[in-house]
Design a protein. Structure first.
Length: 147
């Protein structure tokens, strides 16, 4: 069951990746979006931090993905220090199961569904992401805001 709405914006993985990588195509937009979002409460989850670690440690089209793990971990710790962490737990699992029961969400889309479930369980209503299309199916539940 969703909790009472809280202030703030939930930052998706791609925001952090675009901020961290100066050669990323949306670097400037992500830095600006983070600056705007930072005026309020900035939320993320441990899932997003894990996804950040995975993306930053493998090659991408816009960077080689060979940074020392110590550098990647330092950036992950910085993300955690800048945000309130929406923890996973039974309420998130309940929300996820409810989302999956009513739609045709499968495979990798379940990671996005878990982001939405986390937001709903914590009462966070706004998502900041570059993946507008991936989250459009949940636009009736959350506000999906682009970089």
């Amino acid at each position: 069951m969703p909790t009472q709405a809280v202030d703030g914006v939930f930052a998706d993985t791609n925001l952090w990746v675009n901020v961290a990588v100066p050669t990323a195509p949306l670097h400037a937009q992500a830095v600006a979006a983070l600056g705007r979002a930072a005026t309020g409460t900035l939320w993320t989850s441990r899932q997003v931090v894990r996804e950040f670690l995975a993306v930053m440690s493998r090659p991408q089209t816009f960077f080689p993905g060979n940074a020392p793990m110590s550098d990647i971990l330092n950036r992950a710790r910085m993300i955690e220090s800048q945000c309130r962490i929406a923890e996973d737990g039974p309420d998130v699992a309940e929300q996820l199961h409810a989302l999956l029961a009513v739609g045709d969400t499968r495979g990798k889309q379940i990671h996005d569904a878990n982001v939405v479930a986390t937001m709903l369980a914590h009462g966070i209503r706004t998502l900041l992401t570059d993946n507008l299309d991936d989250f459009a199916r949940w636009g009736h539940l959350i506000e999906v805001r682009g970089l």
